[in-house]
Design a protein around this ligand. Sequence first.
Ligand code: AP5
Length: 215
Amino acid sequence: MRLVFLGAPGVGKGTQAEMASAKLAISKISTGDLLRDGVAKKTSLGLEAKQYMDQGTLVPDDVVIRLVEEKIGSAECEKGFILDGFPRTVLQADSLLGILQKHRWDLDRVMYFVLPRDEVIRRLSGRRSCSKCPAVYHVDYVPPRRDGVCDECGAVLVQRSDDKKETVESRLRVYEEQTSPLIAYYKEKRLLAELDGTGRVEEVQERLLALLPRA
Ligand code: AP5
């Protein structure tokens, strides 16, 4: 199964990708996580990406495409994958087609997450991420057992620097301008499935699994 999770920042793509990849036993490729890892490790890619991420703008296409191409070609992706946060521009989507063609693979579905804007902002402003592991929480909706402490590894929880109000505005604008054209792009290819992102995490997961093509 090869899937793309598409939608505005904060709609729940990462949360659902984490659960679905475990359930379907396929890899999750999150370009945001890969870039943040590069930033934390101060790699040359991370240092280049940081300036864009801090402003809430997109990292240049060629940088992200290289990153994804490398991942898709790795052994861990042979059984399938979920692309979380990629593609985000028409050029990235065209490149993805080319990468898949090289492997003689098709895309099975593009899940388009739909959520009202005020709820998107509530989710982003309350998000807390573990400083050590990939776990993600929300102060009201998905709280950790102990305030400010990760359930999985005990490390301290932090707010992502791009979840500040000004940066969120910029990310939402960039989504509208550069990423939302992909809705029509994938609709035209008959790959788009619209997913209602409201409700509890488990409810959304149930709806998502019901929209997948049968194996
Ligand atoms: P990235 O990390 O991909 O951020 P994003 O797309 O903006 O998405 P988010 O991670 O903010 O949200 P999400 O939809 O995953 O929501 P989540 O599940 O966490 O990208 C960051 C930056 O990297 C970009 O701005 C850009 O600079 C760069 N970048 C990345 N990919 C790129 C690309 N392809 N090209 C160029 N640049 C790129 O949920 C949000 C919150 O809601 C959490 O607190 C969660 O606990 C909570 N929540 C989730 N589901 C529910 C629910 N059902 N009910 C209640 N709360 C919920």
